[in-house]
Write a protein of this length. Sequence first.
Length: 184
Amino acid sequence: MSYARQEVIVNRDCPAVTVPYGSPVTIEEGCSATITQQLGGSYTVVVEGNLYRIEGIDGDALGFEPTEEQKLGHDGPVTAQSVEDYAWSVLSTCYDPEIPIDIVNLGLVYSCKVLPASNEQFRIEVQMTLTAPGCGMGTMIADEARSKLLSIHGVEEVTVDLVWDPPWSREMISEPARLQMGLL
């Protein structure tokens, strides 16, 4: 994880999405990019004054090893409680590309329920919100959470619903995150 800015030259055409709108774009080879955030397996970069998110699988375009999703395991037997504990850990690896705080500590995840699905397999149902209802990155953040939760051993189905009640407020941010953001 990194919060330090780093200048790089994009070494191949690279898919990205605009922040905060979520529109797909291609950052062209040879562009100068400033990495502002490298958290949770993705990169937030500034190119020509615009903010973009690049997935870890395309990290090679920025000079890093690409990251690929793996099936995540955990110690001990696969139980609803072990899957739930691991699910919360996995959710804490999802970040808003504009804020260097994970979605759990931002207070965006309202619930994470683990339910039996089939033979030793589980279904996860998440309810989360966004810092602003009009955030164009909302679907992307929810999709990232869903994809990461599906990578947990013993999970066969995940639903991530964006909800707006109760509305998110700064009071929902965890105390350690508030301290990190200078809000205390």
